[in-house]
Design a protein around this ligand. Sequence first.
Ligand code: HEC
Ligand code: HEC
Length: 373
Amino acid sequence: MNRKLPSRIVRLVPLATGAVIAAMLAASPAAAADFGPVKTMKVDAKKAALGKRLFFDPRLSGDAAISCSTCHIPDKGFADGLPLAKAYPGSEGFRNTPTLINAAQKAAWFHDGRIGTNLNDVTRESITETYSMNMDMRLMQERIKQDPIYVKMFKDAGYGEPSNGSVRKAIPEFLKTLTSRGAPFDKGNLSDAAQRGFELFKGKAGCAQCHSGDRFSDDQPHNTGVPENPEIWSNPLRHITYVAFGMFIGIENYMNVRRDVGAHIRTHKSDGSDIGKFMTPTLRELKQTAPYMHNGTMATLADVVTFYNNGGGTDANQDSRIKPLGLSKEERANLVAFLESLSGDPLTGPEHVWKDKINVNYAAIENWLQAKN
Ligand code: HEC
Ligand code: HEC
């Protein structure tokens, strides 16, 4: 084994030792065969119910106009169907919104894997950054305290008074409820085409080298040569957001960077060989989450399979496992049928969606001089 490999991974995902072990196991073909259903997670029902209301509540954004569910839409597999995300007004995103289904089981989050700690930190970033909700969490806390329904829900959930710390715990508890279920693949219900596609996936097409385990991801970054989305360099609002991100995240010479450097922001290799690596995404629920890749440049699964069949992109640092596959038209269709068989029941019922209207017109406290905290 390449002796350098483990230390590089450890630096990249410092706290994700489980993922490091999983990645090392995934290197052996036997472990890669572990494609069972995604296990459900243990959840505290009251905390998750509170997290669900918060997830759908626009008062968590600076101008109270957008919520987590503005971009993570239940009908779209908790993604948004757009190539690149929107953002808080005055800003626009530079990445494709990923699905949140099974996201609680990941080892590192965001397309570059920049958060390798926990969902509490991911939630903080999602609430506070301008490219998502642009909210000062101290203000958010006071806003939430004004709503008697929240006061009761926080108390019932065992958190006491509403606080920004408990918001960052309750939302992750809700995210833990989002687990794939009902996929034909898990029910052993594959069409002949999908079954043949599965064999290609594990064999000739080599997909399982990176898309392994129950989520079909090794939780590692790789360079597959996905081309840039030119929109990030031509739409000023997106470009401004990317440049600002480059500055505060510490991309060297960020004013002169003309590509999304991906996981380089974690490893900063001086030879730049880590530029253009992105985290392997899950292959579950793809039917709901088009378009694909970190920058939404591929509209359909057929486009993705054609991309791989052609040997990926043209990046000098492209992973050596991405190479022309020589798949026939029928084999490509089989692979698409297999990928489709990994999509299950949409999570759009009351268990996963806050269905009540969130009433923001509750009676205000008339006179704070007489209110008791
Ligand atoms: C304006 C759109 C938008 C809003 C609002 C938004 N997100 Fe996201 N979310 C994204 C995008 C885009 C990414 C990927 C960003 C990246 O890779 O740099 C993302 C990534 C994530 C991830 C990581 C998923 C993964 O597979 O790594 C989680 C978890 C997440 N968001 C949760 C939330 C939560 C919770 C909220 C509300 C507090 C929220 N998001 C609000 C667009 C949004
Ligand atoms: C060397 C590792 C590797 C191999 C081999 C590989 N992939 Fe990927 N795959 C990735 C990475 C990394 C991404 C994300 C790239 C990006 O966002 O720019 C990805 C993205 C995808 C996506 C997009 C998912 C989404 O939600 O955006 C699909 C679909 C996919 N791969 C299918 C396949 C298939 C089918 C094969 C085999 C023909 C394959 N992959 C082989 C690493 C790999």
